[in-house]
Ligand binder design. Structure first.
Ligand code: MSP
Length: 517
């Protein structure tokens, strides 16, 4: 049986869920649903990253004890993801006892083999990133992410001999061209590996930070947050049992945003090498979302909340927009106007109208009862079936390449064909001639087949809509009915439900309304 292990990053609990975190969840949830539906054994992991300076500071600002604070925010995250219906199999918190134990086990192992050593170090430290910077990495002497000047810190710490694994990682990337994808991010990591990467400072003295996993061989220190958080991808599987680890680890597909490429592309694989563990299968890197062309930030007040979007347009429309509007790996821009345009054109018009028209005709002409298909199919009938077959094939190719926008384009090509088929065959005209009633029944049968296939193809992307379509067709939820060949599924006495408008149009001010749609 084929398997896949899908991971999202662990979200810092110093902010509420927003468009950026929701995007990674939408992608990973879509993939998990897709592979599950195709019979793959799937394990989908998400969770929260709860240690380190950033979180300690957020807890202090909230005047709360860090554990009580992280309990609260982690619960908010989990509740938000549950409200969004994301189908993760396990939710890990880096404060979970099993995770802490595993991190300490791994630290001890790497320390014993000599790949962790103690040293005095002075360097430029960015508190926002919680890491040391080399002068070369800075932009005008400032942290390129936080645009603040790092502080010169001199202290004794533990170091991970990361440099020892540099050549091996470089070779791995050269031998596995799709280890990090898309290619531009692979090239970024290759460039990092063609310069000395140095060793990684993996401890923080308790004198300046206590909120972390204690270094098991020195109680004066806690673990650097990345050397703790990254290990979740393995600790979660180990928690599920050795069998889960054996089954899934080699199938690991990590999904991250481009800002955390270095920890995942350099720290993590070298850590795995030092721990004697196999490397993950792929690192999949997505771009950043801006909002109306601007960076999303609390101070600008433009943070998009997935829960607010659920209220406003519904989760499926939000998912559709994120997946259709962006190209995986590239940056994208969130605009209410584009969302409304896509909603009205693609969801309300093309998809919503198709569903309600077909169901309304079946209801009106045949009381909702599916009519039999004859032996002979017209050219249009065959073209409709062929277009759906082709779309299904294209969809699986695009999913393998993480081209979600293309996969949706393929589904919409089938939707367009179904709408065209209604115009070509004009059942609403034919029905006026009693001699053509049989043909009208056949046309609607083909269209109901189209809806059945759509409910299957749309399921990973628009799960609620897919469920609604199935329900309207009066199909049981778990049935693997999509496997039945076109034309052989509906029994002659099958009765569908009355029509329903799935995506009511969003009314726009007159000047914004698109006359084409
Ligand atoms: N805690 C680390 C990850 C540790 S993984 C072992 C972290 N957390 S985060 O909450 O800051 O970010 C979580 C994810 O959200 C990252 O993949 C990040 O790239 C993504 N995004 C945050 N803002 C984003 C956008 N504006 N657009 C797209 N994704 C963005 O980093």
């Amino acid at each position: 049986m084929e398997r896949i292990y899908i991971t999202s990053p662990l979200y810092y609990v110093n902010a509420e869920p927003h468009l950026g975190s929701a995007y990674t969840m939408v992608i990973t949830d879509t993939l998990a649903r897709y592979y599950r539906a195709h019979g793959w054994e799937t394990f989908y992991l998400t969770g929260t990253d709860e240690h380190g300076d950033k979180i300690a500071q957020a807890a202090a600002e909230a005047r709360m004890d860090p554990k009580a604070f992280t309990d609260q925010v982690s619960t908010t995250f989990r509740a938000a993801w549950d409200t969004c219906g994301f189908t993760y199999d396990h939710f890990i918190r880096t404060t979970d006892a099993y995770h802490i134990r595993y991190v300490q086990e791994l630290l001890t192992k790497v320390h014993t083999t000599g790949d962790i050593y103690f040293d005095r170090y002075s360097g430029l430290y960015c508190f926002g990133c919680e890491r040391f910077y080399t002068p070369k990495e800075l932009r005008d002497g400032k942290c390129p992410d936080h645009l603040t000047e790092p502080k010169l810190i001199e202290e004794e710490n533990y170091f991970f001999r990361m440099s020892k694994y540099q050549d091996r990682l470089l070779r791995h990337l050269e031998e596995h061209p799709d280890f990090i994808r898309p290619e531009n991010f692979r090239n970024e990591v290759l460039a990092m590996l063609r310069e000395p990467i140095g060793d990684l400072c993996i401890s923080r003295p308790k004198s300046r930070l206590t909120w972390g996993i204690e270094i098991p061989f020195d109680q004066r220190y806690v673990t650097y947050v990345w050397f703790d958080a990254l290990i979740n991808y393995v600790s979660a599987l180990k928690y599920k049992g050795e069998e889960a680890f054996q089954k899934f680890w080699s199938e690991a597909e990590h999904f991250i945003g481009k800002d955390i490429l270095k920890p995942h592309g350099v720290f993590w694989p070298t850590m795995l090498m030092a721990a004697g563990l196999p490397l993950y299968k792929h690192l999949n890197v997505h771009g950043f979302w801006t909002v109306e062309g601007q960076k999303m930030s609390k101070s600008l007040g433009n943070v998009i909340s997935p829960l607010a979007m659920k209220e406003k347009v519904g989760l499926d429309a939000f998912r559709y927009f994120l997946l259709r509007e962006s190209v995986f790996g590239q940056d994208a821009d969130f605009r209410e106007e584009s969302l409304t345009t896509r909603y009205n054109a693609d969801l309300a018009n093309n998809l919503g109208n198709l569903i309600s028209r077909v169901l309304a005709m079946e209801e009106k002409y045949f009381d909702g009862v599916v009519q039999p298909l004859g032996q002979m199919w017209a050219k249009e009938d065959q073209e409709l079936r062929d277009r759906f077959r082709q779309s299904e094939e294209e969809l699986s190719g695009h999913m393998a390449q993480l081209q979600f926008h293309r996969a949706l384009e393929a589904v919409w090509a089938a939707i367009d064909q179904a709408n065209r088929y209604i115009v070509q065959t004009s059942p609403f005209v034919l029905i006026k001639d009693p001699a053509k009633r049989g043909r009208v029944g056949e046309i609607l049968h083909h269209l109901l087949e189209a809806l059945r296939m759509l409910s299957h193809m749309l399921a990973p992307f628009l799960p609620e809509t897919s469920k609604e379509i199935k329900d309207l067709l009066n199909l049981s939820e778990g049935a693997s009915d999509h496997q039945s060949p076109w034309g052989s599924f509906f029994m002659p006495d099958h009765k569908i439900k009355p029509p329903k408008a799935l995506f009511p149009r969003i009314e726009l001010p007159a000047e914004l309304d698109d006359p084409q749609s």
